[in-house]
Every structure is written in C-alpha cells, then in structure tokens.
Design a protein around this ligand. Structure first.
Ligand code: C2E
Ligand code: CA
Ligand code: CA
Length: 747
C-alpha cells in the first residue's frame, strides 16, 4: 500500500534510463557512419599524398633523363656539323661533361660493334641493334650489364656520320644513379618505388628485394604475397591493364595476410616506363590512427554532450514537475502532505481491504495563544517539529498531513490496540523544544474506525472532526472515539439537511423576539430576533441547526428569510401601533465572504419601507478575527447602507482593541459567560473592563444572559445601557411583544 503513494519529499532526482539506451544506440549508429565517412576521407587523403609523390618521382626521373638525352643530342649534333676529326677529339671535347651529366663513360662504335671508350677501353663485337643505331632520336636502353665493370648500366645512344663512316655515340650511366632518385624515402623508409617498363619488368627496385634481372613485378607481387585470390588478382590485373594502356592510377590492395598497401603508378614519359610507389598501410598508421582518434573523440564528445543535454533537460523537467507537485501537494511549513495530498492519496487507503483502518483528526488546544505569544515564525517551527513527531511516532503504514492551521489528519492501519498509539502521540507531543524553549502542548484527537462501506474521504474526515470537537474544553481528555451517539447526531444532521429546503417553503422557521430592557427605567428598549424551527410538532432550537446550516451555507437563505419576517413585523407594528421598536437580527459571518451580501438586505428593507435606524445587524466577534474576512470593509458597507451594527458575543473572540477601534460599531453585547462568571463582590471584574472598553469605543452596552435579580442589579450599577435575559423575559412570540405596545411600556 505504502509504495503506491506519491513521493513528497524525495530528494534525489531519478535518471530516466529508458531514453538513454535509444540515444546511445542512435549515436553508436551515427558513429559508425561518421567513422566510415572519416575512413573514406582518410583514404582519399592517402591517395592524394601517394599520387603526388608518384608524380613528383616521375617528373624528377623524367627531367634528369631528358637532360642526359639532350646532352647526347647536342653532342651528336656538333659531331655531325664536322667540328671533330677523330674519336679522341670528340672524347677530349666532352671530357668535362662526363662528370657534369653523371655519365660513366662514352663510347663510339661502328655497326659491327667495334670501337673505343672515352676511358681507353677497346670494344669488340658489341651487339649494336637498330635501336641503338638511331639517327633520329636519342635512344635509352633498359638496364644491362656493363661489359667492362660488371654493374648494371643504361645506355644513351645516337648514330652519326664522321668522315663518311656511320658510327654511334654511347653514353652510359649507372642504373643505381636513377635508384637514388627513386629512393626518396617514402614514409620513414617503409615505402618504396619500382621503375618498370611497359611489360612490368622491373628496371629498378628501390626496396632491394629483387635480386635477379628481368623480373616481372606482377608475378613477383603475386608470389611474395601469395595473392592468388580473385580480389587481389583483379586489382593487379587492373594495374597491368592501365600500364599497358599508358594510364596512371592509384590503388589500395589488401592481401590474404591482411597486409594493406597503398600505391600509385605514373608514366614517366620516357620509353613508357612507369614509377610505381608502394607504401604499406602500417606506414600510414600514424595518419590512420590520427583520424581514427579524431573520429572516436568526436563521437564520444558528441555522445557525451547529447547525453548531458538530455540529462539536463530531464532533470530540469523533473525539477519543474517537483515544484508544481510541491506547490500542489506539499505543506511548506511541515513538509508533510497538504489537504490535497491527503484527499488524493486517501483513495488507495480507503479501497484497501485491510481490517483495522483509522482516521484521526488532530489539533493543538488553544494554538492561537501560542501564535500571539511567540509569533508566526516560531509557531511554524513548532508545527514543523510537531508534524515530524506525529509522522514518526505512529506505526509506519500511515498518511499524515497538515490540513490547515494546527489541524493534522492521519490515516492509519493498525491491528493492535489503537488507544496505545493515541497515548503515545499524546506523550510524544506533550513537550516540544523550539529554539531551546520547551513548549507544553495538549493535543486533541478525534478518531474514527473506518468501515468497509466508507468510500468518501470527506465524510470520514467529518466524523473524525466531529469526534475531536467533543473533547474541546474537557480537562484531561485527549482523544474521543467516534461513537453511536455521534453517529446518531450525524444522522440527525443529515435528516435536517434533507428537509431544510422544504421547511423554508412550508414556513416551518419562525421568528421570536427576546426583549432588551433599559437599565435606567426597566422599560423595553429593543428586541433580538431569534429563529425557531417547528418540525413535526416539536421545536428545534437554533444551536441544533445553525452550525449545520453555516457549514452547508443554507444559513445564507435562512438569515434573509428571518430578516424579511422581522421587516414585515416592523412594518405591521408601525402601521397598527405606530410603534418604533429597534430589533437586532443575527447575521452569520458566512455572508461576509461575498462583499455584496448587504444588497439583498437593502432590497428587503426597501420592499417593506422600514426605518433602517430600527434595524441592527448582529455580527459575532469571531467574524472580526477571521483572516479571510475584511470585516472593517464589510462593517463600513453595512453602516453606509444605514443599518446599525452590534458586536455579538463580545469577549469570546479575542479580537484586538486596535481592530475594534476601526469598526463602526453602535452596540457591544457582552456574552452570557461573563455574567455567569462575574464575582459581584469584587470590582476587579472582567465586565468592568469590558464596560471601560465600550465607553472608550463610545458604543452602547447590552449585557446578555442575565437570569437573576442579583445579576441585574450588578449590571445596572455598572451603568450598562440594556439587559437581555431570562430575568426580564425569555424570547417570546410576536403577539407577546405587541402586548408591550398596548401597555405603552416602551422606553
Ligand atoms: P445569540 O445570538 O447569542 O442569542 C442569544 C441566545 O441566548 C439565545 O439563544 C437566547 O435564547 C439565549 N438567552 C438569552 N437570555 C438568556 C438567559 O438569561 N439565559 C440563557 N440560558 N439563555 C439566554 P437561542 O435562541 O437558542 O439562539 C442561540 C444562538 O443561535 C444565538 O445566540 C445565535 O447565535 C444563533 N441564532 C438564533 N437565531 C439566529 C438567526 O436568525 N440567524 C443566525 N445567523 N443565528 C441565529
Ligand atoms: Ca445574537
Ligand atoms: Ca449573544
């Protein structure tokens, strides 16, 4: 049962995990895409780098070969022009250029391959093919072994005529010189470059992995990486095709052993030779890792930011709800639930099938006194501690709330002796320390044991409340269990309630009048109108129905009805007896919640054309201390409409002198209790002080409830203006009042 109640003072905010998971998944998917995207970007970047490198290498190689070609071209040109007579003249002339152009040596041979070199060797039967013996262009051979020094060389050649003979100029270079250009270390030396011819034959291998001559690069790669799978073969064939078709390109290839390589092939523009750069992906690891790190970092950051934002939104929503909830359901003084909370959460409690359920209405006796003694703030602390003591002092299965002021309500489930719980509550709250001041409290509790048929929280609250009302003023009693007698009274109230409307129509409510007598000449000086209910041949006294009618607001109708009867009587008396009797009429404070209530009274007076100075509206002193009523405003309105005002039950309502001074009152009615208590022998009587106050306020004084001659004499001696009491007259019928008119005994 307990866990179903809404939280009241929960301090931590709960994270809603429900939506975190979908967001997480969403972001994870997003991350995968981001990752892929960044991978593509990385590949593009690598492709760009490697293809630029390839182009650079190709250009460099091209320009250094072109330079050498050009030299051979110009040298042959000058020979053809007949500048030289002999081979040695030629060699002498170009001796310096050997070094400048990085040639190893020159040679001049005839068609049969016989001749001499610039460094003095004699060459015999060198296989001079037609490729070499070219009159139009400079030819560059592929690598071959030098016949002189057993190293790999390349030969530039161009044919010419000297002294009528056809000869050819050879200019040889070390192949390793080209290698140096290719060796520009790629990626910390992990990459490398091949120079291949159009068929794929490796001319230069900067990796130094190939030891033999005339190795085919494609077969070499296939063998080395065991690249017999279709995917690898496809890629290799693609490269082969491109090179055969003189295209350039970039590739990445992943072999069976999961080694990935990036590469680029570029035609160098001479002999259709290609440089082909190859870099293992591991060499790119830095770059790749960098990108992966960035991707991961960005993903995690985005993830975190989104989650933080969501959490923030969620918590601020919860805070907002919590605030709204608190405003609606939490009592700010005690931090317990308030009346709304109590009523809303009671449903579960009422519907539970448990046997022993109780509702307790609890308040502090004379709490108002503490308020005026210690002030508002102090009393709020007091209520806070009291609330805590109540909540923690009773068995756990409970709903404890502060309803208003010092009134608490408790719903409790308890299988043992409930009276023990009540006794404990009484003892726990007997002394409460507030700011180190021990405050002695007496609490009153009304208790009602719930029945299965009880489903309306308001009804059971009423029962507990009514039970509590029974203790008021009974010394030493602190709880009252709702019993048969109260049940009966409640049923009685329900009966009255169901018949009140029809009773009004059937004129069951009648006015009687209690005369007031002048203390000067003991003649009748006024009267108070009082209501009686003649129901089924019996008279019901107002104390039995007025509180009920105040609760259900029927009093608003009844008061106006009585007022109208009084006005009717006054008009009749004026006409019949030309009598002017001042009559006071009780006006319940329930009227005062509506500022315009007086308009209805005015309408009635106008209808019967009665002198308003003969009408006095009695308002009770308790109305003047009700915080919800602006009694000064109301009283001024009444006065403005021409009615007199008397303050009823004076002395019982604790109103302040300051407040009384603001009220435009004509009469003060001293309550019967003060007459009963009066010690006639002492002049230190409360009535003495009341008379002093009234004199100060310049109001008339009526003393109520005077029953004996002794009391009457005492009051007369105090110079009060009027006496209303059984000693002179009980409330009497209209006709009995009329007798006073005929006797002409009006004061
Ligand atoms: P209240 O306004 O204080 O009226 C005076 C009550 O004291 C009357 O009781 C009256 O009969 C009683 N009383 C007067 N002199 C004596 C006395 O010497 N000894 C004793 N023991 N009692 C005396 P009642 O008529 O029973 O009315 C009770 C209360 O009901 C009234 O107290 C008033 O508050 C309320 N009431 C009566 N009629 C109306 C009404 O028309 N409208 C409203 N709103 N309240 C009314
Ligand atoms: Ca009265
Ligand atoms: Ca009174």
């Amino acid at each position: 049962m307990k866990e179903k109640y809404k939280y009241i003072n929960q301090k931590n905010y709960k994270l809603n995990v429900k939506w975190i998971l979908p967001i997480f998944i969403f972001i994870a998917i997003l991350s995968v895409f981001a990752f892929r995207y960044i991978k593509t970007l990385t590949y593009k970047n690598i492709y760009k780098t490697i293809s630029e490198l390839g182009k650079q290498t190709a250009t460099q190689l091209n320009s250094s070969i072109e330079e050498q070609k050009k030299f051979v071209e110009t040298a042959v040109d000058s020979i053809n022009r007949g500048y030289f007579k002999t081979e040695s003249e030629i060699f002498d002339n170009f001796a310096d250029d050997l070094e400048n152009y990085h040639f190893t040596r020159f040679a001049i041979l005839d068609r049969e391959g016989n001749g001499i070199t610039s460094d003095g060797y004699t060459v015999k039967d060198y296989p001079v093919t037609d490729d070499y013996f070219n009159f139009d262009d400079v030819y560059l051979s592929e690598n071959r072994k030098s016949t002189i020094s057993d190293v790999q060389i390349n030969i530039y050649s161009k044919a010419f005529k000297i002294n009528g003979e056809e000869k050819v100029l050879f200019a040889t270079v070390y192949t390793k010189d080209y290698k140096e250009i290719l060796l520009r270390r790629l990626y910390n030396g992990l990459g490398g470059t091949y120079l291949i011819n159009n068929d794929g034959t490796v001319l230069i291998d900067s990796f130094d992995a190939i030891k033999e001559n005339n190795v085919n690069l494609y077969s070499f790669i296939i063998n080395k990486h065991n690249a017999t799978d279709d995917k690898s073969l496809d890629k290799i064939n693609q490269i082969k095709d491109d090179i055969e078709n003189k295209k350039n390109g970039t590739f990445d290839i992943t072999f069976k052993d999961n080694d990935t390589y990036f590469g680029h092939y570029e035609n160098i523009g001479i002999n259709d030779w290609y440089v082909i750069n190859i870099v293992p992906a591991t060499a790119m690891a830095d770059e790749l890792n960098h990108f992966i790190a960035i991707t991961l970092g960005v993903c995690i950051a985005v993830n975190l930011i989104i989650i933080v934002i969501c959490v923030y939104i969620d918590i601020s929503n919860q805070m907002k709800n919590r605030k709204l909830y608190k405003a609606a359901y939490v009592d700010s003084v005690t931090l317990l639930g308030n009346e709304n909370y109590f009523k809303e959460n009671s449903k579960i409690f009422l519907n539970s099938l448990k046997e022993n359920k109780y509702i307790i209405s609890l308040d502090v006796n004379k709490f108002k006194v503490f308020n005026s003694l210690y002030g508002y703030e102090f009393c709020n602390k007091l209520l806070n501690i009291l609330g805590e003591k109540i909540k923690t002092g009773i068995p756990k299965n409970n709903i404890t709330c502060r309803m208003h002021n010092d009134v608490f309500a408790i719903l409790l489930e308890y299988d043992k002796d409930i009276e023990k719980v009540l006794e404990k509550l009484h003892n726990d709250t007997a002394v409460i320390n507030v700011d180190n001041i021990p405050i002695h409290l007496n609490i009153s509790m009304g208790v009602y044991k719930l029945k299965k048929s009880d489903t309306d929280i308001n009804k059971v609250l009423d029962k507990a409340y009514i039970a509590r009302e029974q203790i008021k003023g009974t010394y030493g009693e602190y709880y009252y269990m709702f019993d048969e007698a109260l049940e009966k009274a409640l049923i009685e109230d329900e009966n009255l309630e169901t018949s009140m409307e029809s009773a009004l129509k059937n004129r069951e409510f009648k006015v009687i009048y209690q005369p007031k007598f002048s203390t000067v000449d003991e003649k009748i000086a006024g009267a108070e109108s009082l209501v009686r209910w003649y129901k089924d041949g019996k008279v019901i006294m107002p104390n039995n129905f007025i509180p009920l009618f105040e609760k259900n607001k029927f009093i608003l109708k009844l008061d106006l009805y009585i007022f109208e009867q009084v006005c009717k009587d006054l008009a009749e008396w004026k006409e019949k007896y030309n009598a002017d009797l001042r009559v006071s009429v009780n006006v319940s404070k329930e009227h005062f919640t509506n500022e315009n209530f007086i308009d209805e009274y005015v309408k009635i007076v106008e209808k019967y054309n009665v002198d308003r100075n003969n009408l006095e509206l009695e308002i009770t002193e308790s109305a003047t201390i009700d915080k919800n009523i602006d009694v000064v405003k109301i009283a001024n309105k009444i006065k403005d409409c021409g009615f007199r005002i008397s303050l009823d039950d004076f002395g019982t309502g604790y109103s302040s002198l300051a407040m009384l001074q603001e009220l435009p009152i004509d009469v003060i009615k001293i309550d019967k209790v003060f007459v009963d208590k009066a010690d006639y022998k002492s002049d230190k009587n409360i009535i003495n002080y009341m008379v002093l106050i009234a004199k100060q306020l310049r109001t008339d004084i009526v003393v109520e409830g005077v029953e004996t001659k002794e009391q009457a004499d005492f009051i007369k001696a105090l110079k009060c203006d009027m006496i209303q009491g059984y000693y002179y007259s009980k409330p009497i019928e209209k006709e009995a009042i009329e007798e006073y008119f005929t006797k002409e005994t009006i004061s």
